[in-house]
Ligand binder design. Structure first.
Ligand code: PLP
Length: 671
């Protein structure tokens, strides 16, 4: 038996409240105090986890709209970022104090997780105070990090640590060596042996004694999606035999004292803390051995991987983690301390590269629903009957499956649900094959579909009253769910949802004191059938549909106009890590607007920064179109059409104006 989603089951009595929504969407579970719901039924962000300082997301979206900034819009909360950084700092400080650890701790931010200048600058600006640093994994990232660490001040060998991972060429290493001369506390981590040779060569040439790190291939396996990051077959790092060769090499060149750091990275989103403990255990043993061999080791870098509890279940499961930041810190400190003490080696400075854990919470994407598509639960029986009569009137016969479906619909009771479902499925299948063979008309086929959906809905309603749905009907809620078309691109804004089925919490940001009555999946505006979200976070099960509110239509503006829909906004949370930079231009849907929202002294929200999303012109230029050429071509064509009388002059003018405005406009739909 599966538990039927609670929106169908729990609200049988009493008034639906915002607290019911909070529970339904698991907000306290995954929100970890950063997300809430207020009395107006709006989702709120609590950047400092203080109840008195809540930012009403619906109000923010309204405020942005007044300023001409439309959804989809990515909201970045700098105060959440700061709060997270302090939380990591404090967790390690507490562990160090409690365990009497003698080394220090530093978290270096791998900028690949989100390289946006505003995000990195904020981290850099806190780096000195928190004793944090930055990590670069490629040449462009190195250049960004060198610039960022200049902005942050703190030069000198004790300035913020800069770790360089990834593959490096001679030019990269020369830059690093010169940056050491400049006074940066920069530590290149050798990923393959040839890098060490280059490093020694450039160091001698410039007469620099660099700080050198080695990444070691551990035998302890990683786990989860990125388990290939570790282990003997990993792409990165030196085999232990190569590590020994490196030690010899450095000794020969009189540089063994420069070997300061040992590094590993076991993978991202480590959901089981045991994996990390095993890796650290092994890494620390290698550290102690090398220390005894005379290496000038003082730093142990345990890499990234501190995970985020995306679904709120606190379990060893890919969208979750079975530990807290404090537990992570305590375990890391404890492991390193005990191995070092057994070996009689001084406690090293601990570094971690916890990118995801730093930034994931700080961004929320708000998208608007453009419309819905659904299977009607109440078939128009009168229309179906008259279609049947017409069928007979034409001398035809109403196909038996249609009669069967109608019977099923009319005669369903609490006692014959299973039988009815079985019969209805069979009749539906028969109807479809009759149609395919040319023995059924289109109106009769339409009637069959409508009746079948209606029977499905009726069955779901019956189970909703019981609160549980037997296994044989488990597919029904998904089968009958609505599609909500939303103004965003999955590929641009949450690529990991598509690439690796990563779950992100999604919640309406208003109407939360109203009971959601629909079950839906979300579809984006790309032309890709993969551009949909059909898995949703839940503490117990992975939900295949999301509880949503009925989208209300607005009266048509003109008598013969089309009715619009009342704005309905959804928030997609925990998007701060990886999504922005992995996003792509599928269908030429570009970057969304990004807005930095901060708390002012009075606890009110304010806009700190608006970064406008891509314009159509920009994305077209990216694929080598020249907007001027495009405009010229359109102008000539319109000119010719006007001359030949296919367009009036004013029609031509309007079309050209839409074209020009379109090029300058947002790539997403705007009201
Ligand atoms: C990607 C990466 C990180 C960041 O990992 P998170 O899971 O975001 O903490 C850290 N170090 C290295 C070497 C990486 O490649």
């Amino acid at each position: 038996m599966a538990t039927i989603s609670s929106s169908r089951s729990t609200f049988l009595h009493g008034q639906w409240t915002a607290a019911d929504s909070a529970q339904l969407y698991g907000i306290t579970d995954w929100g970890k105090g950063y997300v809430g719901v207020n009395a107006l039924g709006h989702a709120t962000v609590l950047p400092t986890k203080e109840a008195g300082k809540q930012i009403d997301l619906h109000e923010v979206v309204g405020g942005l709209k007044e300023r001409g900034i439309h959804t989809p819009v990515l909201l970045r909360f700098n105060d959440i970022l700061t709060h997270r950084l302090r939380e990591i700092r404090k967790s390690f400080d507490d562990a160090i104090t409690e365990q009497g650890y003698k080394g220090s701790y530093s978290c270096v931010y791998p900028i690949k997780v989100n390289q946006q200048r505003h995000v990195c600058e904020q981290i850099a600006s806190l780096a000195v105070e928190l004793n944090f640093g930055l990590e670069a994994g490629s040449k462009p990232e190195l250049l960004a990090v060198l610039g960022l660490s200049a902005v942050a001040g703190g030069p000198g060998v004790n300035g913020m640590p800069i770790i360089c991972n990834g593959f490096k060429d001679s030019e990269f290493i020369e830059t690093v060596v010169l940056a050491t001369k400049l006074g940066r506390n920069i530590i290149p981590v050798v990923e393959k042996f040839s890098e060490l040779e280059l490093l020694v060569r450039h160091a001698k040439r410039y007469n620099v004694r660099p700080k050198i790190g080695l990444r070691v291939k551990l035998s302890a396996r990683g786990a989860g999606r990125w388990e290939g990051s570790a282990g003997a077959r990993s792409k990165f790092g030196l085999f232990v035999s190569e590590v020994l060769r490196a030690v010899e090499y450095l000794r020969q060149h009189g540089m063994l004292d420069c070997l300061n750091l040992l590094h590993c990275h076991v993978g991202s989103q480590l959901y089981d803390i045991r994996v990390l403990k095993n890796a650290i255990n092994e890494l620390t043993h290698v550290y102690c051995e090398l220390h005894k061999m005379g290496a000038g080791l003082t730093m142990l870098d345990i890499g990234g991987g501190m995970g985020v509890d995306y679904d709120g279940s606190q379990s060893a499961w890919s969208s979750s983690i079975n530990y807290t930041v404090a537990e992570y810190a305590a375990d890391v400190v404890y492991r390193i301390k005990s191995v070092c003490e057994d070996a009689g080696v001084p406690h090293p400075m601990i570094l971690s590269e916890s990118g995801r854990a730093m930034v994931a919470y700080s961004s929320v994407l708000v998208i608007d629903v453009l419309g819905t598509s659904r299977f009607e639960s109440n078939p128009d029986l009168a229309a179906i009957e008259s279609a049947m009569a017409r069928e007979e009137g034409k001398g035809g016969e109403v196909p038996q499956p249609i009669r069967d479906l109608l019977d099923c619909y009319r005669n369903m009771t609490d006692r014959n649900i299973g039988e009815t479902y079985h019969d209805a499925t069979q009749a539906r299948d028969e109807a479809m094959s009759l149609f395919s063979l040319g023995y059924m008309s289109l109106p009769m086929r339409a009637a069959a579909e409508q009746l079948f959906w209606a029977i499905g809905h009726k069955i779901l309603e019956k189970f909703a009253k019981k609160g549980e749905i037997p296994d044989e009907f488990e597919a029904l809620p998904e089968l009958l769910s609505d599609q909500y078309f939303c103004n965003f691109s999955l590929f641009q804004s949450m690529p990991d949802s598509w690439a690796i089925d990563q779950l992100f919490p999604i919640v309406p940001i208003h109407r939360l004191n109203e009971q959601p009555t629909r079950q839906g999946i979300l579809a984006d505006i790309t032309c890709d059938s993969d551009g949909k979200i059909d898995h949703f976070v839940d503490k117990r099960i992975e939900k295949k549909t999301l509880e949503l509110h009925e989208v209300r239509s607005t009266p048509a503006a003109e008598p013969d106009g089309v009715a619009g829909v009342e704005p309905y906004y959804l928030g997609v949370f925990l998007l701060g890590a990886y999504q922005e930079i992995l996003g792509d231009l599928h269908n030429l849907l570009g970057d969304t607007h990004a807005v930095h929202i901060a708390l002012d002294e009075n606890g009110e929200w304010e806009i700190e920064e608006v970064i406008e999303g891509d314009t159509v012109e920009e994305v077209l230029s990216y694929v080598q179109y020249d907007p001027e050429d495009l405009k010229r071509a359109m102008r000539l064509d319109i000119e010719a059409a006007c001359r030949q009388g296919r367009l009036t002059l004013s029609e031509g003018k309007s079309l050209l104006k839409y074209y020009d405005d379109g090029l300058e406009g947002y790539t997403y739909l705007e009201e």
